[in-house]
Design a binder for this molecule. Structure first.
Ligand SMILES: [Zn+2]
Length: 284
């Protein structure tokens, strides 16, 4: 088995041969989300390149179908290198640019960097509040994030983000008395009814990305600092082989779907960002 190194494509290696966030379609998939028209989605992950591994094919497909997709990066991946010449700040700037390039490939509308230090995330009330704030600002219908309760090996930042997002979606973002400063700043409470948890060991929602695999790879290759010495052509060849092995069943990205249904809430304006720009860089 190829070893692509400890960063970047080491994760691709695990992704392909290990827990596989995308895989052969296990059964015919019913992609219910968006069947009545384009939605607004927010992808909230820990590091630049997480989303490209987990869900870039899905994001490319959604954007192609007219969805509005936002990315939120909790850290800027400022420890993801073995190059001793790179400072935290230089690496963060590099990886933020790589993430912006990937978002441009996919058609993502906007990417928000929260600016937390890589490697030390905690699913605490402070992080939860920052996530509540971006949810209230951008008002997505669907949130994609890490499965924070995946029992197998995982990065602690992935766990922290998955748990913080889940706790932000229910109930904090919905109830205005949580983080009341948001309302004072003009950000109304919001209700998210759909979450797709990526990296789950028990996925039940599968998106056929066969037609978007090339786009996914193109976005992945934007993370040049993480390629681990592999050329895009080598990775593409590997994927070509993998596609052959699907025997025509297609490639999917898989998620655990979590639906939160609460019919008693007043109607809200989904997917319409509030006017205030007061989100993004962390305040402390
Ligand atoms: Zn990561």
């Amino acid at each position: 088995m190829a070893d692509f190194g400890r960063t970047g494509f080491g994760r691709l290696n695990r992704a392909v041969f290990g827990w596989r966030p995308w895989r052969r379609a296990p059964r015919p998939t019913v992609e219910e989300l968006g069947k009545d028209g384009p939605l607004t989605a927010m992808v909230i992950v820990a590091h630049p390149d997480d989303a490209e591994f987990l869900c870039a094919g899905t994001v490319a497909k959604w954007c192609d179908q007219g969805w509005t997709v936002y990315y939120v990066l909790v850290t800027s991946g400022d420890k993801g290198t073995h190059d001793p010449s790179l400072s935290h700040q230089a690496l963060a700037a590099l990886r933020e640019q790589e993430q912006r390039d990937a978002c441009r490939v996919l058609g993502v509308k906007e990417v928000v960097f929260l600016g937390y230090p890589d490697g030390f995330l905690q699913p605490d009330t402070e992080l939860r509040g920052q996530i509540v704030r971006v949810l209230r600002r951008y008002r997505p219908d669907v949130v994609v994030t890490w499965d924070g309760f995946r029992p197998g090996f995982n990065h602690s930042d992935h766990r922290a983000v998955g748990i913080a997002v889940r706790d932000a979606v229910y109930p904090a973002v919905r109830d205005h008395l949580y983080y009341p400063q948001d309302q004072a700043d003009g950000l109304e409470a919001h209700q998210v009814n759909e979450m797709l948890l990526a990296g789950s060991e028990d996925p039940d929602y599968h998106v056929d990305i066969s037609a978007y695999l090339e786009k996914k790879l193109e976005a992945l290759f934007c993370h040049r600092s993480q390629l681990g010495g592999r050329s895009p052509d080598e990775i593409r060849r590997m994927w070509g082989e993998r596609m052959k092995n699907t025997r025509g069943r297609g490639i999917v990205e898989s998620f655990k779907r979590v639906q939160i249904r609460r019919s008693s809430r007043p109607k809200q304006t989904d997917g319409q960002p509030a006017e205030t720009p007061a989100v993004g860089q962390r305040s402390s």
